[in-house]
Design a protein around this ligand. Structure first.
Ligand code: NAD
Length: 250
C-alpha cells in the first residue's frame, strides 16, 4: 500500500532500521538506506530492495544536508540511527556525550526540518522516530542516551502539534531491549560498570527490566512502523508506542 512513496530510513544497514526498511519495501515503498558497514553487504541490501544508500554520517550537519538534497522529496522519514555509551557520569567521555546528542537527537531535528517542506506540499507525510524505553525511564550509566531519547520524545510531540493540520503525523516507537549490535556492544562496558559477568548482564540487567523475559525482535518494531504509515493511523500523532515486554508498565 506504499507504492509511490519514498521512505528514508536512517541507520538502516543493520538491526531495527534494516528490518523497518525491509518492511516498508515489502509494502511497495521506494527505500533509501543510510548507515555504515561493509560496502559489499550494503550493495547487496540495495539490490535486494532496489534501494539507494547514503553513507552520510549523521553527526555531521552538512552530511545530513547533502543526504536530504540527494534524497529528493521524502514521504516517510524514519529516524532510527542511534548509538549508546555506558559509563558513570564522572567518567563519561565528553566526546561521547556530544556524539550521542548529535546522532540520537539533533540529527532528528535536521532531517525533519529538511523533509517537512516536501511533505507539506505533498499533503501527506509520516515521521517515525525510534526512541526507546529510555525516552520515558532511565537507567544508570546512560546519561547521554537517556537525555537524547527523552529529547526525541519531546521533539516528536512538538512536530506532531506543528504539523497536525497538514496530514503529517509524527510518532515514536519505543522498544525495550532488542537483540542487535547496539545491545551486544554495551555488554562489556556494563560488565565493567557493574562488576558482572556477561550472563549476569543479559539476565539480571537487560531481561530483568522486561517482564516477558524476551528480547524484542527488530521485525516487531518494523510491523509497528508499517502500521503507522497506514490509513488506519491517520489520526495517531504525537504518540510514543512502547514495545518493551512490559518494562515501562512497572
Ligand atoms: P544497530 O547498531 O544495529 O544499528 C545502528 C544503525 O545506525 C546502523 O545502521 C549504523 O550504521 C547506523 N549509524 C551509527 N552511527 C551512525 C552515524 N553517525 N550516522 C549514520 N548512521 C549511523 O542498532 P539498533 O539496535 O538497530 O538501533 C537502532 C535504533 O534503535 C537506535 O536509535 C537505538 O537507540 C534504538 N533502540 C535500540 C534498542 C535495542 O535494544 N537494540 C532499544 C531501544 C531503542
Amino acid at each position: 500500500f506504499l507504492e509511490g512513496k519514498r521512505a528514508l530510513v536512517t541507520g538502516s544497514t543493520s538491526g531495527i532500521g534494516l528490518a523497518i526498511a525491509r518492511a516498508l519495501h515489502a509494502e511497495g515503498a521506494d527505500v533509501i538506506l543510510n548507515g555504515f558497514g561493509d560496502a559489499e553487504e550494503i550493495a547487496q541490501l540495495c539490490e535486494e530492495m532496489g534501494a539507494t544508500h547514503s553513507g552520510a554520517d549523521l553527526t555531521d550537519v552538512s552530511a545530513i544536508e547533502g543526504m536530504m538534497k540527494d534524497a529528493g522529496g521524502v514521504d516517510i522519514l524514519v529516524n532510527n540511527a542511534g548509538m549508546q555509551h555506558v559509563a558513570p557520569i564522572d567518567e563519561f567521555p565528553v566526546a561521547k556525550w556530544d556524539g550521542i546528542i548529535s546522532l540520537n537527537l539533533s540529527a532528528v531535528f535536521h532531517t525533519a526540518r529538511l523533509a517537512v517542506p516536501h511533505m507539506k506540499s505533498a499533503g501527506w507525510g509520516r515521521i517515525i522516530n525510534t526512541a526507546s524505553a529510555h525516552s520515558t525511564t532511565a537507567s544508570p550509566f546512560k546519561a547521554a542516551y537517556v537525555a537524547a531519547k527523552h529529547g526525541i520524545a519531546g521533539l516528536t510531540k512538538t512536530l506532531a502539534l506543528e504539523l497536525a493540520e497538514q496530514n503529517i503525523t509524527a510518532n515514536c516507537i519505543s522498544p525495550g531491549y532488542v537483540w542487535t549490535s547496539l545491545v551486544e556492544g554495551q555488554i562489556p562496558d556494563t560488565m565493567k560498570s557493574r562488576g558482572l559477568t556477561r550472563e549476569e548482564v543479559i539476565n539480571d540487567v537487560l531481561l530483568e527490566r522486561q517482564p516477558t523475559k524476551k528480547f524484542v525482535q527488530p521485525s516487531d518494531v518494523a510491523a509497528m512502523a508499517v502500521f503507522l504509515c497506514g490509513d488506519a493511523a491517520h489520526n495517531i500523532t504525537g504518540a510514543n508506542y512502547e514495545i518493551d515486554g512490559g518494562w515501562t508498565a512497572q
